[in-house]
Structure formats: C-alpha cells, structure tokens
Ligand binder design. Sequence first.
Ligand SMILES: *Cc1c(COP(=O)(O)O)cnc(C)c1O
Length: 373
Amino acid sequence: MDPLSARPSQSVLTVDLDAIVANYRTLAARLKGAACAGVVKADAYGLGVHRVAPALAAAGCREFFVAHLGEGLAVREVTPRDARVYVLHGLLAGEEDEFRASSLTPVLNDLEQIARWSAVAKSRGMRLPAAVHVDTGMSRLGLPAAEAKTLAADPSRLEALDVRYVMSHLACAEETGNPLNPAQLAEFTRFRQAFPQLKASLANSSGIFLGPAYHFDLVRPGCALYGINPLLQQPNPLRQVARLEGKILQIHEVDPPRTVGYGATHRVAGRTRIATVAAGYADGWPRSLSSRGSAFIGDSRVPVIGRVSMDLTTLDVTAVPAAKAGDTVELMGERIPVDEVAETAGTIGYEILTRLGARYHRVYTGGPAAAAQ
Ligand SMILES: *Cc1c(COP(=O)(O)O)cnc(C)c1O
C-alpha cells in the first residue's frame, strides 16, 4: 500500500455502493430488451473501480467499458469471468497479445485496427471479440465517415471477428432538443443497414432519456451511475453517490481589519468566526470555489471565504457558534450535490468526481460485501 492511502488525510470521501446499484437499476428499468453496461473508465469516475465494478456485477451488469488497456486489466481482475470488458481507446500497436491473453475486447476505431485484429484472429484460427466504433458527430474516436463507408461497402472485412456491437457516441445527448441527436441517430442507423445481423449501442447516460429509439441493444451509462444528473434543468432521477466531509482543523475568531487567505481577497466586515477545513485543490476541491462555494455544518449552509488553497479551505461559521475544531462539514453530498459543486466551480460533475484524488480517507458503504455480512 502506498503511504498516502495508508495514512490519508482527516477528511472523508464516502462512496455509497448501494446508491450506485440503485442508479443502475433505475436506468435498466427504462429499457425494454436492451442491456445496460457500466462505464467504469478513470477508476469508475474517480470513485474506485475495485469496489464499483464488483457492485455493478452483483447487480447483473456484464458489460464494462474502460478507457485503456491498463484499466481493462484492473476491471478484469475484479469482475466475473463471463463479464465482457471493452477498451474504448482501441487496439494500440503492440497490445494485441495482452488483449487476447486477458480476454479484453477492443473497441476498434479505424480500418487499420480492424485489419490488425483480424490478422491476429486468422493467425490463431479463432474469431476474436471486438466492438466497432463508428463516428457520427464527435470527430474524436471511431471510424471517420469515409472509413465507415468503405467498411459498409465491404462487410467481409469483419468476418474474422466476433463483433459484439457496432457503436457510436452522442455529442449532445443531455440537450434533448438538439438536432444533432436525431442527425447522429440517422447516420448510425444508415451505417447499421450494412450489418443488420450485428447488435448496436449508441446511448450514454443522457442518451437513455432520449427514448427507446436511442437504446438499440446496449446502453452505456457512466455519469448517471455516480449520481450526476443526466438531464439538464430537470430534477435528478438518480441518487447521490459520493459524500465529501471535511475536518475542521482550527477555528479563528477575527476582528476587522483582518483578511483571509492568499491574496487577502476576503476582508472581514465584522467579528467573524472562521473554520479552517482540511480540503484544498490538491484534494480535487477546486480553487474556483474560492469565495463562491459553500458547505453544511449541521443544518446550516456556510460560505467559503477567501481563496481555496492547496490543502485548506476557509469557511465563515459566524452563524454557527457551536462549530469547533474536530467537527466535520459536508462539502458535497445530499445537500450539496455534485452537480451544484460543479456549477459553482464552473465545471461539470464528471470533472469534480474524477479529480477527487487519493488523499481522502475513503469509506465504502453497502455493496456485495455488506450484503454478504
Ligand atoms: C464516457 C463514455 C460513455 C459514458 O458517458 P456518460 O455521459 O458518463 O454516461 C459512454 N460511451 C462512451 C464512448 C464514452 O466515452
């Protein structure tokens, strides 16, 4: 164990595995016949794939998506043998043996990868599993339009492979009225006509809520599993998963004309009680929350004052005379959902979760181990 996780900071990140499972079930319940994957790239959006993937597997999830080979190997180790692990970054040159030996499924992103994986399959005399990603509007990963056309004109290029899914990825799924959604759906549907026998996958979390036309055979939610709202300007149908509690290290009673923190950006207006909390931008608590963010002490919401520094955040707790060193404050959780933290910080919930880092004391609640006890 590395020294950081052996003796973490006094602040606590609690990950509610039961909430992840409940969110998985909420999403799966919207499907009629389509399967529900779990996207667990980036260490399950920062929450710990070694705990999240087994919890999803226990809930019935058998298709997992990660970004790169190393993440795939990690997920392979903690999921059942019959689970399929897809690697979105594709099949990089030199990775073929490891993909095969570890039964990882590459998401093939261009004709060259299709040819190279097919050559391995032929040389082994076996059909190797793959997904084929076609770009329909992201211009990021997947077969570009010209290559998709070439492939559609010659489907035999896939005959050496066991193609589990053809897939694409939506650019604006959270904007239900965006015309790019039906445009991508139409382009994907056109591409699929060349492969009527192959299963298909298009929707991420938000795409699930665009309706059954977007579901095909498999949906690929990530953010919604972790409590991020996949809907813009509508109530969140998912449960919060991550709770962040900061430890108060010290209380300062100050009178004007004192200032608070680096840059002296905050000047106290009257007698003020300041709580210094053990969380800063090195913990993934964004510096952009300086003088903007807030926290809960008991039932009181208190503002961040001054700059968030590397390891510390200062709160104005004048309104909570009982607050004392050793207490904990809620920085994120039921009352300050991840989406609110993100909006205040000028970013998205995905970035908040994936940056939480390894410094907190991590606690997992619920999940398969708890159920077995
Ligand atoms: C990250 C990702 C997803 C999951 O997206 P969410 O918005 O988090 O649900 C699905 N598909 C692909 C290709 C992705 O890269």
